[in-house]
Design a protein around this ligand. Structure first.
Ligand SMILES: [Zn+2]
Length: 437
């Protein structure tokens, strides 16, 4: 379970469910007792109206609560955070030890040694664990130098669509936003259920507003006394109705264009840098650089006294090593181009599921969570091919593709033996065999 760092946020996140439970309890009391039973059944003798209201009210309350519990539990137990890198784990262990020694009130933070990995950005180790997960793909998001993005707080390589959440101080897959209303960080694992929850809550509020509005109008027409509880219900229903309707509309828009809230804030100006695979040994082009993996070992300076590993510079390159080499062109998209946009309908299905039942009920997870492909971390759209044409990138020859299957199965087999498939590209960063900095 990953909680917010700031104590005030933690308390707000804990108290909001109680506040919401109070609102639903109050609404149910006013709706059932005051509007349906007292007003429509006893005063107006319109039991058919009351029955219809009660049926839709409880149906949508059930769906609202079902989706709420689903999103809340997913956020508590599987929020889609990326495992910490080895150095971050070591730092946390050291902090824990220090707190034990100094007493629980000393939170530390002044230990420079504890933050030593912060200066290494990104990990300079050419065999950095987790790196092979990137260059075993055909395309991934990278820095200008062709290396994947790095999170210095979590000490790990950030696979595509991972963002660091400062509120919980962890990297999160397809991070959307921190939402205290549903108990924490909304991201890849919870976004579908979050949208369903806001959708059903908006409908629930509309039902409440219609029933409260109708009963109030009838009472006013007959110049009967106006119930203050019904006025309060209108206010609560109006507030949550507008809020959840706006959230639903915004979230649906994000899904249709395949952006998260984080992406959307900078969507118009964001430029992606992509490493796109090209034939092995391709030289840099007029408008793109290249990078070849595995990265070359650093050459010792001629003035250095004794290299610690004299074989490092003269290590013969085997045929197998050559076959495992992959060259990537580093290219930039234009502003606002989204490589993950695969068309509205497929964008929608990648989050909401493949059929209407999936779209409406909060049981199956988003298909994008389990997307597994040798080409990229997430399904990518036609923009990649457009970039190949735009930058005149050479096609990979069939001879290289033949070796690729062998090399991929080896690389992926290596990755999977230490991690567990997609999404845990950084899971093997903390492996014992990792070379230190
Ligand atoms: Zn991070």
């Amino acid at each position: 379970m990953v909680g917010a760092r700031r104590p005030e946020t933690r308390w707000v996140t804990r108290l909001i469910p109680l506040f919401l439970a109070g609102c639903v309890g109050f609404s149910t009391h006013v709706f059932v007792k005051r509007i349906c039973v007292d007003f429509y059944i006893e005063n107006r003798k319109k039991s058919h109206v009351a029955t219809a209201f009660l049926a839709v009210y409880f149906a949508f309350m059930f769906l609202m609560l079902l989706t709420y519990f689903r999103v809340f539990l997913v956020i508590q137990f599987d929020p889609g955070v990326v495992p910490l890198g080895r150095l971050a784990v070591e730092q946390k262990d050291r902090e824990r030890e220090r707190r034990k020694k100094n007493g629980c009130c000393n939170r530390g933070g002044d230990d420079l040694e504890a933050n030593r990995y912060e200066g290494y950005w990104p990990d300079p180790n050419v065999d950095s664990p987790g790196l092979e997960r990137f260059y075993s793909k055909d395309v991934f998001i990278c820095y200008t130098d062709g290396r994947p993005r790095w999170c210095s707080s979590c000490s790990n390589w950030k696979q595509d669509r991972v963002s660091h959440c400062s509120e919980i101080d962890r990297c999160v897959k397809k991070m959307d936003h921190y939402c205290p209303w549903v108990g924490g960080i909304v991201g890849e694992t919870s976004f579908k259920f979050f949208v369903q929850f806001t959708f059903y809550t908006a409908i629930y509020c509309i039902i409440v507003l219609v029933a409260a509005g109708m009963s109030l109008q009838e009472a006013l027409q007959e110049e009967a006394a106006v119930d203050g509880f019904v006025i309060a219900l209108l206010a609560i229903g109006g507030f949550f109705g507008v809020f959840t309707f706006a959230m639903t509309a915004t979230s649906v828009r994000y899904i249709c264009v395949n952006l998260t809230n984080v992406d959307y804030l900078k969507a118009k100006t964001l430029v992606h840098q992509l490493a796109i695979r090209v034939p092995r040994g391709t030289p840099p082009g007029p408008n793109y650089g290249v990078i070849t993996y595995p990265l070359p070992k650093p050459q010792p300076s001629p003035t250095s006294p004794q290299p610690s590993d004299p074989t490092a510079t003269s290590e013969p390159v085997s045929t197998r090593d050559l076959l495992a080499q992959r060259t990537f062109a580093v290219v930039r998209t234009e502003k606002g181009e989204n490589p993950f946009d695969i068309g509205v309908y497929r964008n929608w299905k990648s989050v909401m599921g493949n059929n209407v039942v999936d779209w409406l009920l909060p049981f199956n997870r988003s298909p994008c969570e389990t997307f597994e492909n040798n080409e990229s971390f997430y399904e990518m759209g036609p923009l990649i091919q457009e970039l190949r044409v735009r930058f005149r990138l050479p096609e990979i020859p069939p001879t290289e593709k033949v070796g690729r299957d062998v090399e991929l199965s080896e690389l992926n087999g290596r990755g999977k033996s230490s991690g567990n498939g997609k999404g845990n590209g950084n899971g093997n960063i903390g492996e014992p065999g990792a070379t230190g900095l």
